[in-house]
Design a protein around this ligand. Sequence first.
Ligand code: 610
Ligand code: MG
Length: 214
Amino acid sequence: TGSTRPQRLLRAVQKKATQGDPQSVIATIDHFCRHSEWAMNVGDEKGSILDSVVTELNPSSALELGTYCGYSTVRIARLLPPGSKLITLEFNPAYAAVARQVIAWAGLNDKVQLVEGPSGDLIPQMKELFGVQTFDFVFLDHWKDRYLPDTKLLEECGLLRKGTVLLADNVICPGTPEYLEYIRNSSRYESRYFKSHLEYTKVEDGLEKSVFLG
Ligand SMILES: O=C(NC/C=C/[C@H]1O[C@@H](n2cnc3cncnc32)[C@H](O)[C@@H]1O)c1cc([N+](=O)[O-])cc(O)c1O
Ligand SMILES: [Mg+2]
């Protein structure tokens, strides 16, 4: 039984990236995905848009749905001010194991809490388990048919506040039609589309930034 792609991605990080240097972990993963094996990380082009949204917001509490190998986890956590916390949810144990090591290699363990399990079960437990009041920022990058149900769940659980920003990856490719339809037509959100490209390709994709109005 050979290695998996996430394991090969992790090996590249441990071989080429500087420990404690998030930027070198990001650069190593982007190089690996461009020149060795494509992987479904948000990537460098959309990643720059993610960076600008996080930097502008300067969130104290952030949530990521779908950790995968931890690439966007590292991108977000490296920008968080001291004392802030990024909770990232991942239900695949093999992916979670790789992500933990990528996050550790970047030296970001104190800013990240990776929780293994399905978002649908974990979101209702956020307050009691992790003492979360509300999230300032949510990055959606998990199964595309989970974006809408999980957004509604975040609303119902009182985890969004006036001004919370939701940033959704892949709203064009693979696409999240039900989520887009809901969020763009809801009077409770102000949305904007950031045109970009699918990671490491020339295919169109983009991020939808939505502010919860309360
Ligand atoms: O399919 C894509 N992403 C799905 C990502 C899924 C990741 O989130 C986890 N997950 C899923 N529901 C979950 C619920 N709870 C917790 N983790 C969960 C999965 O275990 C996986 O680690 C994708 C596909 C392409 N593409 O070009 O094909 C490009 C992209 O940028 C993508 O993000
Ligand atoms: Mg994605």
